[in-house]
Structures are given as structure tokens and as C-alpha cells.
Design a protein around this ligand. Structure first.
Ligand SMILES: *[C@@H]1O[C@H](CO)[C@@H](O)[C@H](O)[C@H]1NC(C)=O
Ligand SMILES: *[C@@H]1O[C@H](CO)[C@@H](O)[C@H](O)[C@H]1NC(C)=O
Length: 186
């Protein structure tokens, strides 16, 4: 019975007729327009630089678990709070921070699991975030990563990020990575 009402409701919604159905005490089918989801999704392109500083007295990225093998550093986990800037220089305009972790998750190659939020502090994006959860094969020239969600300005976010190493110091392991992020959101 509930299913039939839900279907009827969905049909009504498709004709632009408002409808909401309680399927039980804690869940109901809602008209997406109540969350202003009727309009087309927006596509935003973000071009940012991600600064992973592991050396020096004030690193923004710290190894919290050691590697289990020294060839591919499998098992190493870094926790980071990395600046996100508009330009490739660390001193360029700061728009937010990338907070999260990367973990070496490939045994036979350099491959990371990235789990991070881009927490924006700039202008209309202040307080909003997008979440990246993805594999990052760091020896590839360009790595594609998935955007799995967002908050605030980026609610209901999906999309992808293209990461390209802009600078890498093989002695200190400090890196600057260019991110081109394409995010669909409401
Ligand atoms: C990795 O290399 C370091 C330094 O040579 C050594 O102390 C450590 O035991 C090695 N780790 C493994 C898992 O082989
Ligand atoms: C961002 O929001 C925080 C918290 O509301 C506020 O303290 C800060 O001044 C805001 N920054 C900008 C650039 O608007």
C-alpha cells in the first residue's frame, strides 16, 4: 500500500504537484523543491594548489604510521592540514585547507588512498567543503580522483578532481600539487 502511494506521489511530483508521503515514523518521501533541488545543478571549476610540507620545523603533513615495506612505503599513513592556495606559491592567496589523510595502499607501486576534505574559508565558499575519497597513483602525470560529497555551497556534490604534481623535492618529499576540480552541486 505504502509503495503504491509513494509511486502515486512520485507521479504527482513529475507533474509539478506537491506531495509528501510518510513511509513510516522516521522517513518520508519529500518534494525535492522543499530543498530547492528543482533547479538545474551547477557545475563549478576550482583551480587550486595543494601544499604538502613534510620537512622543517612546522610540517603541515605528518607521518602518523610507519611503512611496512621500504620499497613502496606500503602502510604509511600521513595526516595533513595543507594550505589550498590560488597560485603555486605558498604565500599566494589562501582559500581554504585540505584536511585529511593519505595512506600508501599499494604493495607493488606508489599508490595512495586519499581521504580528505577541502574546507573553504574564502568569500562565498567560507564554511563549505567538498570531500575527496579516491585512489591516487602518484607516479602518473595526472591522477583523477572522485568527489563524493560536499556541504554548504557544495551540498549534494559529485564530481572529479585532476591532480598534477607541480613541484616535488626528492630530498625532503615536500610537494605542491595542482588541482583542477569539477564539481556538480545544487
Ligand atoms: C626501512 O628502512 C629503515 C632504515 O633503513 C629500517 O630501519 C626499517 O627497518 C625498514 N623497514 C622495513 C619494514 O623493512
Ligand atoms: C568565515 O567564517 C568564519 C566563521 O563564521 C568567520 O569568522 C570568518 O571571518 C569568515 N571569513 C571570511 C573571509 O569571510
Amino acid at each position: 500500500m505504502t509503495t503504491k502511494i509513494t509511486i502515486l506521489c512520485l507521479i504527482l511530483l513529475s507533474f509539478g504537484v506537491s506531495c509528501s508521503v510518510a513511509t513510516n515514523s522516521y522517513a518520508k518521501v519529500m518534494d525535492p523543491r522543499t530543498l530547492k533541488l528543482n533547479k538545474h545543478q551547477k557545475l563549478t571549476h576550482l583551480h587550486l594548489y595543494w601544499h604538502d610540507t613534510v620537512s622543517g620545523t612546522k610540517p603541515s603533513s605528518v607521518a602518523v604510521l610507519p611503512p611496512r615495506n621500504n620499497a613502496t612505503v606500503f602502510g604509511e599513513v600521513n595526516m595533513f592540514d595543507n594550505p589550498l592556495t590560488v597560485g603555486p606559491q605558498l604565500g599566494s592567496e589562501l582559500v581554504g585547507r585540505s584536511q585529511g589523510l593519505y595512506a600508501a595502499s599499494a604493495q607493488d607501486q606508489f599508490g595512495l588512498l586519499m581521504a580528505m576534505n577541502f574546507a573553504f574559508t574564502d568569500a562565498i565558499y567560507n564554511g563549505s567543503s567538498i570531500t575527496v575519497l579516491a585512489r591516487n597513483a602518484i607516479s602518473d602525470a595526472v591522477r583523477e580522483m572522485s568527489i563524493v560529497g560536499g556541504t554548504g555551497h557544495f551540498r549534494f556534490a559529485t564530481g572529479y578532481a585532476l591532480a598534477k604534481t607541480h613541484y616535488f623535492n626528492p630530498t625532503t618529499f615536500d610537494a605542491i600539487v595542482e588541482y583542477n576540480v569539477y564539481v556538480l552541486h545544487h
